[in-house]
Ligand binder design. Structure first.
Ligand code: PRP
Ligand code: HPA
Length: 178
């Protein structure tokens, strides 16, 4: 309902100039700390899935904030979860992809044999800004043999064209904010 959605949004905290000057940081931790908001979030993400649930084999989430949403959503949907980690954390063999962030440079990895050829992967994250992280995850998972089923974000930042820059994939976001 509209009341539920408003309640969910009320739990997202906004912090100016973190972690760098000019960044309006969106903090979702209070959503997870609140049982009602957490439940509303899971149901809202399920309702907003960019493809029918039977077209998804596995959910992949991006470290670190995608590790909060991803496994919870995967369990809610009855799917498995694949961790896309910051480089250097996973044991070999891994595949790696470098990318640039709104505030920095990064590289991500997945375990080479965690995806089976043709598995349909839903990529989830808290927020899409420039789309650099999500594009890197897309490239990396494709290099592992995955088919990208789509992308689910909780929030899309206005004015950065992150979703447009992902390419032509089914995509959903619950909120669009500055
Ligand atoms: C944030 C956020 C997304 C990404 C969005 O994560 O959780 O993953 O940035 O930005 P982009 O669309 O411009 O790539 P961050 O890399 O800061 O890592 P964290 O989750 O470990 O805080
Ligand atoms: N806010 C704004 N930009 C960002 C964020 C955020 O929380 N995360 C990555 N880019």
């Amino acid at each position: 309902s509209a009341d539920d959605f408003e309640y969910l949004v009320s739990k997202i905290r906004t912090i100016p100039d973190f972690p760098a000057k000019g960044i309006l940081f969106r903090d979702f931790m209070p959503v997870f700390a609140d049982a009602k908001a957490f439940s509303i979030l899971m149901h809202a993400m399920e309702a907003a899935l960019p493809v029918p649930v039977d077209q998804i084999d596995v959910v992949a989430g991006l470290e670190a904030r995608g590790f909060l949403f991803g496994p919870a959503l995967a369990a809610h949907l009855g799917k498995g979860f694949v961790a896309v980690r910051k480089a250097g954390k996973l044991p070999p063999p891994t595949k790696k992809e470098s990318y640039s962030l709104e505030y920095g440079e990064a590289a991500i990895e997945v375990e080479s044999n965690i995806i089976t050829e043709g598995q349909r992967v839903l990529i989830v994250d808290d927020l899409i800004a420039t789309g650099g992280s999500a594009r890197a995850a897309r490239n990396l998972l494709q290099a592992c043999g995955a088919t990208i089923a789509g992308f689910s974000f909780v929030m899309e930042l206005d004015g950065l064209d992150g979703i447009e820059r992902l390419g032509d994939y089914p995509t959903s976001s619950l909120l669009r904010m500055p």
